[in-house]
Design a protein around this ligand. Structure first.
Ligand SMILES: O=P(O)(O)OC[C@H]1O[C@H](O[C@H]2O[C@H](CO)[C@@H](O)[C@H](O)[C@H]2O)[C@H](O)[C@@H](O)[C@@H]1O
Length: 281
């Protein structure tokens, strides 16, 4: 049996104990990139750590629900995640585009609202803006339909390129009534209003969930951490997990986590250890 790590906070230990005691009331909510899938230079090559799907398939049938909440389009996360048709994941939900999109394994249906009109305008302006800014070589745009992500990971100096572009891209987003979501060497222009916290809260209400575990790795996951903390204030236990990366610490998230594990491999180990210790309903 794998080792179950001990959360460093009392609230986290309460959350973990509650999840183990009441698995059929509990929800496990997981971010995709950096949490289930190791960070890679090319965003199209992102795939879950090999131990993730077996762990999820073992754990999910014992829980109220498992949900993946991601900044990716839901369809992309389903495809890259290999989530469709997996035994044990028949009731998985994927909330994409920070919760604006939804895919349910049970129905294989995807719901996706029309993109914000500002996205088309940003798409038209962005190439010229990046040219005028002399965006460093290696800067890449990921067009996600509902959002445009500017990646600097493949620039010679990713951190410098990120700092260079952040303010002008925030201005561009604001001019079109959009929001700039900063992430791990990515600056994402997307609609405001929906975030992972709003998405998580709505999903938990819909499931009439009890204890919740949320695992993430980046700044976009802070809103989900807020949502779990808000529930804890009302007496509903929760466990906040950071998928940590020693080479790229996201301190703002790590500092608020009850438990830090080593990247997607550590997340998979945690999910496996939970599955081994939880009863069938
Ligand atoms: O909410 P998430 O599932 O964590 O998605 C957040 C963004 O993840 C992707 O970018 C990140 O992962 C890439 C692949 O490992 C990496 O190259 C990049 O530096 C990271 O920022 C994705 O490309 C974005 O669209 C997501 O919004």
């Amino acid at each position: 049996m794998g080792t179950l790590p001990v959360p460093v906070t009392a609230a986290g230990r309460t959350g973990l104990d509650a999840l183990l005691a009441r698995p059929s009331d509990s929800v496990v909510a997981l971010d995709f990139d950096g949490t289930l899938a190791p960070i890679v230079a090319d965003p199209t090559q992102s795939r879950p750590h090999p131990a993730v799907l077996p762990a999820l398939a073992q754990l999910a049938p014992k829980l109220r629900a498992v949900v993946v909440i991601t900044g990716r389009p839901a369809e992309t996360a389903v495809a890259y995640g290999g989530f469709e048709g997996v035994a044990g994941l028949e009731h998985l939900t994927v909330l994409g585009a920070y919760g604006a999109e939804r895919w349910d394994a049970a129905t294989a249906r995807l719901s996706s609202p029309p993109p914000h009109p500002g996205i088309d305008r940003v798409r038209a302006e962005l190439p010229d803006l990046l040219r005028r800014l002399e965006a460093p070589e290696g800067t890449r745009v990921e067009d996600k339909g509902h959002a445009l992500a500017v990646h600097t990971r493949r620039a010679v100096d990713p951190a410098r390129a990120y700092r260079w572009l952040r303010e002008p891209l925030a201005d561009l987003a604001a001019r079109h009534e959009l929001h700039l979501e900063p992430g791990r060497f990515v600056l994402e222009i997307r609609p405001a209003g929906m975030d992972k916290g709003t998405a998580l809260t709505a999903f938990l209400d819909e499931c009439d969930a009890g204890p919740v575990l949320y695992a993430g790795d980046d700044l976009g996951d802070l809103a989900a951490f807020d949502a779990v903390e808000e529930r804890r204030r009302t007496g509903e236990p929760g466990l906040l997990v950071c998928s940590g990366d020693p080479d790229e610490q996201v301190t703002a998230l790590q500092d608020r986590a009850d438990l830090v594990v080593q990247g997607p491999e550590g997340v998979a180990e945690l999910l496996t250890a939970l599955a081994e210790r939880t009863r069938e309903p």
